[in-house]
Design a protein around this ligand. Structure first.
Ligand SMILES: C[S@@+](CC[C@H](N)C(=O)[O-])C[C@H]1O[C@@H](n2cnc3c(N)ncnc32)[C@H](O)[C@@H]1O
Length: 250
């Protein structure tokens, strides 16, 4: 029998692993999709930026069966899981968001919404600022970008540290109890899967040759850069602890 990838099992384990970092992850996705529905109605065209396994695309299409998504990412493992999970309403594009030419690989422009979650902190300051400008060019007028990530409130430096420490303790307790898989533990499972082992080897080449940034400025930084990029309305769509989602209207 040829090797078989149980995509729904991998989606489930990815979700548990991510929820260890973000206990209110589903609430945050819902807040993002509430905005998409308000600006685009029941058949939105969504760009799922650095979408990984397709968490945002899957939730978008479950909620809006007549919608379409484009999923952009660089990781061969996560994209293998995404391809096995999504149907032809999603176009999957392998591209590196560090390259300003990434928009040339998109199958459309004029998106209603560009959504990203827990991903853009991998880019450095200059690249993320430029990316916000590039996103404006692929949105239709009135379309929105929503970026959810670690974005502490700069008025609360001490409390933010305490919240982060507490979140780490809770996460470690869940790992110790076997309630969730850690980030390295999840990748170890991937490396031992007969279908994912080959894309995992490819991934190691992509990520070993590059520096992994972890740049997490406050929400006010994102808001200021989005205003500078020409977005007409900019603000917070959601906040939970030291994470937030900024939204901007083109
Ligand atoms: C923690 S995952 C989040 C995935 C998804 N949004 C979710 O919430 O499940 C971060 C994603 O960013 C992607 N990523 C990081 N750097 C990237 C780059 N330079 N170009 C494209 N994707 C990138 C990773 O491959 C990964 O899929």
């Amino acid at each position: 029998m040829s090797p078989y990838l149980d995509a729904s099992a991998w989606q489930e384990s990815w979700d548990r692993q991510q929820e260890a970092f973000l206990p209110d992850r589903e609430e945050r996705f819902t807040a993002m999709l509430d905005i998409v529905e308000a600006v685009a109605g029941p058949a939105p065209r969504v760009l799922d930026l650095a979408g990984g396994t397709g968490s945002i695309s899957l939730r978008t299409l479950r909620r809006f069966p007549r919608g379409t998504t484009t999923l952009v990412d660089i990781d061969p493992v996560l994209l293998t899981i995404a391809r096995a999970s999504l149907d032809d309403r999603t176009a999957i594009v392998t591209t590196d968001l560090r390259d300003p030419a990434w928009t040339g690989a998109l199958p459309h422009d004029g998106y209603d919404a560009v959504l990203s979650a827990t991903a853009l902190h991998w880019l450095d300051e200059d690249r993320l600022a430029a990316l916000y400008g590039e996103i404006a060019h692929v949105l239709r007028p009135g379309g929105v970008v929503i970026n959810a990530d670690h974005m502490p409130d700069e008025g609360l430096p001490g409390l933010s540290k305490t919240l982060r420490d507490r979140a780490r303790e809770r996460r470690n307790a869940r790992y110790a109890a076997g309630a969730a898989t850690s980030w390295p533990g999840w990748w170890d499972l991937v490396s031992r899967d007969e279908v994912l082992a080959a894309p995992y080897a490819e991934r190691k080449k992509i990520f070993s040759s590059t520096e992994h940034h972890d740049w997490t400025p406050p929400a006010t930084w994102h808001e200021a850069v989005l205003r500078e990029a020409g977005f007409t309305e900019v603000g917070l769509a959601w906040r939970g602890g030291t994470d937030a989602a900024v939204v901007a209207v083109r």
